[in-house]
Write a new protein. Structure first.
Ligand SMILES: [Zn+2]
Ligand SMILES: [Zn+2]
Length: 436
């Protein structure tokens, strides 16, 4: 509250010389009187020293500037002044305050109150001050609360029936845990408003979290009783601790389509989103470099349909940071479409999810959409492409944008290729099936 000083009473008197009492040179005692009649009842003073030749000295107070303090309810005023020559000389006096005029506050304008305090002690005199009275709360109706898409902010709106003003407040929401659930706690976003009348808002995230062993950050996971929502928002903090990890198998086989991962996350556990077959988009709160620095577990996105990872400084198409050039001239055929089944020779372009060896040693590629491609051959076949035969440096890596070219065979439910090549869009051949 702003206090406007109207008048500091008797400044000149306060700064002036006031007699230290009734002492005179004839007084046989020490140099300091312990009580001053003019200063009132509150004066304290140093012990008198033994009489010396200074016994004829008279201490004359040099009062500083008084300070005035109103009681919390403004019914009293206390004045204090300290002697500049000896800070142990202090006078205080408390008197009742009177209100000389008053303008009540409303819900859209501050009020004011003029207070006066008349002190007995001349050092203090009369003190007056204007006090601003804070606005009183609106009388609100027609409440409306809206979250932003990311559920990091909430805006409250209402109308005041007294002043007819619209009232609006937007606050940053905080991730909080339900302490009553354990060991995995239900997580939600909570928005708390300063405006009197707006109620706290809570958005249930439908995911869970648990403290790390060090209890200095949170690991998120699914919550036992709740279905993972199609659009999942992971908070950047829970109970003021950062969210740093997505647990192993956290959302395995979940129905999520889009997930928002905050920049605070530095670890994604094994199979965290594996078999989330509808998962298409990750929106990451940090930069592409930060995304690349995240420790990602085995098969964290296995058999998902992720095609876009949106970072604060651009879009990545794969978790390894390859920005695919989709404008190349390679013909594409959707794996699984009727088109490829009738052709004997064709191209397939896609992003590799996994490359591994099956139990026969055949090279088995899994596409990001979950489709499988065996590079045709078994150990006994002449034209087999065995995983072990591909030099380490040439093996397709997870996240590579690959083009497959070759003859197609369809074996049970998997696509098999022979006389095939796997290459990156820039033409680098990643692997070939040996010619017969
Ligand atoms: Zn003094
Ligand atoms: Zn109002």
């Amino acid at each position: 509250m702003k206090k406007k000083l109207l008048m500091v009473a008797l400044m000149s008197a306060a700064m002036g010389l006031a007699s230290c009492g009734q002492q005179t040179a004839s007084s046989p005692e020490g140099s300091h009187a312990s009580v001053s009649e003019t200063a009132g009842q509150s004066v304290e003073s140093k012990e008198s020293s033994a009489p010396t030749e200074a016994s004829s000295e008279v201490h004359v107070h040099l009062w500083g500037v008084p300070t005035y303090t109103w009681s919390e309810d403004y019914t009293e005023c206390t004045a204090t002044v300290v002697c500049e020559l000896d800070p142990s000389h202090v006078i205080t006096e408390t008197v009742a305050a009177t209100i000389s005029s008053q303008q009540p506050a409303s819900c859209n304008e501050e009020g004011s109150m003029s207070l006066v305090a008349n002190f007995d002690n001349d050092v203090f005199g009369t003190y007056a001050e204007d006090i601003a009275l804070p606005m009183v709360p609106h009388t609100l109706t027609d409440f409306d609360y809206k979250w932003n898409y990311e559920h990091t902010e909430c805006t409250a709106k209402a109308y005041c029936t007294v002043c007819d003003d619209g009232v609006e407040e937007t606050v940053t929401a905080k991730g909080v845990s339900d302490a009553s659930s354990a060991p995995i706690k239900a997580l939600s976003m909570r928005a708390s408003f300063e405006t009197v009348g707006f109620a706290d808002q809570t958005f249930d995230l439908n995911i869970g979290g648990s403290l790390t062993d060090d209890e200095d950050s949170y690991i998120v996971s699914s919550y036992p009783d709740k279905l993972v929502p199609p659009t999942m928002f992971i908070p950047s903090s829970v109970d003021d601790l950062p969210v740093t990890e997505i647990a192993m198998s956290a959302f395995y086989q979940g129905g999520v389509i889009e997930v928002r991962i905050p920049a605070s996350v530095i670890t994604i556990g094994d199979e965290a989103f594996a078999y989330c077959e509808h998962l298409e988009t990750i929106v990451f709160g940090g930069t592409k470099a930060q995304w690349g620095a995240i420790t990602k577990g085995n098969r964290w996105s296995y058999a998902t349909d992720i095609w876009e990872i949106s970072c604060s400084d651009g879009i990545l198409y794969t978790e390894d940071g390859i920005e695919a050039d989709w404008t190349t001239d390679f013909p594409t055929i959707n794996i699984g479409s009727d088109e490829w089944q009738v052709q004997n020779e064709y191209y397939v372009m896609g992003i590799l999810g996994e490359i591994e060896s099956d139990k026969y040693g055949n090279c088995h590629l899994r596409m990001r959409d979950g489709s499988s491609i065996y590079l045709y051959g078994i150990r006994s076949a002449d034209n087999a492409l065995l995983y072990q035969d591909i030099p380490e440096s040439q093996r397709p890596k997870k996240g590579d944008v690959a083009v497959f070219y070759g003859e197609i065979a369809y074996f049970q439910t998997t696509l098999q290729m022979k006389n095939a090549r796997v290459m990156q869009l820039n033409g680098t051949v990643l692997g070939t099936i040996p010619q017969e």
